[in-house]
Ligand binder design. Structure first.
Ligand code: SAM
Ligand code: DTB
Ligand code: SF4
Length: 379
């Protein structure tokens, strides 16, 4: 049974029986005080625990390779303080229109040929709306890419329930929507939408049956407590995210956060390790910022539980390590690319706990609010 050996060490959390497809697993929400205790242990003690959880839940040598493509670049209405694609900042990113299906297919086929098993498409806009030409175009792209045998991920900003269903039907495996930081720090970074808006989109993606990829960014001027509060929210999701990207800020010239200091490598590895323990069945993706990391830091991150990376020379607008350097590092460490699983089922909810983030309508949320600490604040 997964995680039994951690049972005695982790105490202040909910333990519940979860139906994940056909596999019965024990998954828990880990609360802030427990995350704090885990994070501040001696470094090697934390690594040992994270490694044990990793080995109980994942094939220890596999790393998932995901390729990113920006299908609509720049000119975004939102003011996310870290983002080179916001129209509010002068960053040098050229605005580009939504790509056509054929061009996207060529990139997706190249990604598959390079060994990627997940293709993630990002768009720089506030969100999508049913019936619009641009959303129809996105659906066409998804239908085509989903024929290639890779997992299909999209990150398109805000989603309503209808749009989420349409994406699922078109063939999306996972929806990426990051919460980025703690609820308290979020308003210091973004003013054009709220943390609760992000949670509502995640709820809609979960309800539509898509896997959710949700994580955040380290290095936004937050404290360690903010990082752990972000992780507490993610850990309380019911169902928990299928994958958790941990980005390190790539400080973009022209953005309000251009002067932020780089993330300390031991803090990054600690965060990966605590994420592995708190969300044991999620792929933990060592995401943006790897160009600033040496091989040793990345090796420690893999040891601590990272089992996915963005692969290929470009993220959305920023640079990523060269594919051959990544393959070389995997070989040096005895790691290997993971096989694709496009038919994978989204994690199922634990029916003994309320869904989290909680549901969309106010009335329903009020009903739930009385009975749940697991409502991550969407109501
Ligand atoms: N517009 C969509 C949204 O906001 O969800 C999708 C694209 S957005 C660029 C996807 C994610 O990339 C953000 O939520 C953030 O976590 C990450 N990101 C963006 N710029 C970054 C940067 N400069 N450094 C690190 N991560 C970044
Ligand atoms: C995620 O968490 N990180 C990726 C993906 N999801 C969409 C994006 C990273 C963007 C890095 C900055 C850029 O390329 O502009
Ligand atoms: Fe727009 Fe997404 Fe960038 Fe925010 S992170 S400015 S929503 S593209």
């Amino acid at each position: 049974m997964a995680l039994v050996s951690m049972e005695k060490r982790l105490c202040a959390h909910t333990v519940s029986r979860l139906n994940l497809g056909r596999a019965q697993l024990w998954i828990r929400a880990v609360n802030y005080s427990e995350l704090h205790r885990l994070y501040h242990q001696p470094f090697f003690e934390l690594l040992k625990q994270a490694r044990a959880v990793h080995e109980e839940n994942w094939p220890e040598r596999e790393v998932q390779l995901c390729t990113l493509l920006s299908i609509k670049t720049g000119g975004c209405s939102e003011d996310c303080g870290y983002c080179a694609q916001s129209a509010r900042y002068t960053t040098g990113v050229q605005n580009e229109r939504l790509m056509g299906t054929e061009d996207v297919m060529a990139k997706a086929e190249a990604a598959r040929a390079s060994g990627s098993t997940r293709f993630c498409m990002g768009a720089a806009w506030k969100g999508v709306r049913m019936g619009t030409q641009k959303f129809n175009q996105v659906l066409d792209i998804v239908r085509n890419v989903s024929t290639l045998g890779m997992e299909v991920c999209v990150t398109l900003g805000e989603l309503g329930a209808e749009e989420a269903k349409a994406l699922k039907e078109a063939g999306v495996t996972a929806y990426n929507h990051n919460i980025d930081t703690s609820p308290e720090h979020y308003p210091n970074i973004v003013s054009t939408h709220t943390f609760e808006d992000r949670l509502r989109t995640i709820r809609n993606a979960q309800d539509a049956g898509m896997s959710v990829c949700a994580g955040g960014i380290l290095g936004l001027g937050e404290g360690i407590d903010d990082r752990l509060k972000m992780l507490e929210v993610l850990s309380e999701f019911n169902p928990q995210p299928e994958s958790v990207p941990i980005n390190s800020l790539m400080a973009m010239k022209g953005t309000p956060l251009e002067g932020e200091a780089p993330v300390d490598s031991f803090s990054l590895v600690r965060m990966i390790a605590v994420t592995r323990i708190a969300i044991p069945r999620a792929k933990v993706r060592l995401s943006a910022g790897r160009t600033q990391m040496n091989k040793e830091t990345q090796a420690l991150a893999y040891f601590a539980g990272a089992n996915s990376i963005f692969y290929g020379e470009k993220l959305l607008t920023a640079a990523n390590p060269r594919a051959n350097e990544d393959m070389q590092l995997l070989r040096e460490l005895g790691l290997a690319p993971q096989a694709p699983n496009p038919q994978m089922q989204a994690p199922g909810a634990d029916l003994d706990r309320p869904l989290s983030p909680c549901c969309e309508t106010d009335a329903c949320c009020e009903e739930e609010a009385g009975m749940t600490a697991g409502c991550a604040g969407a109501c």
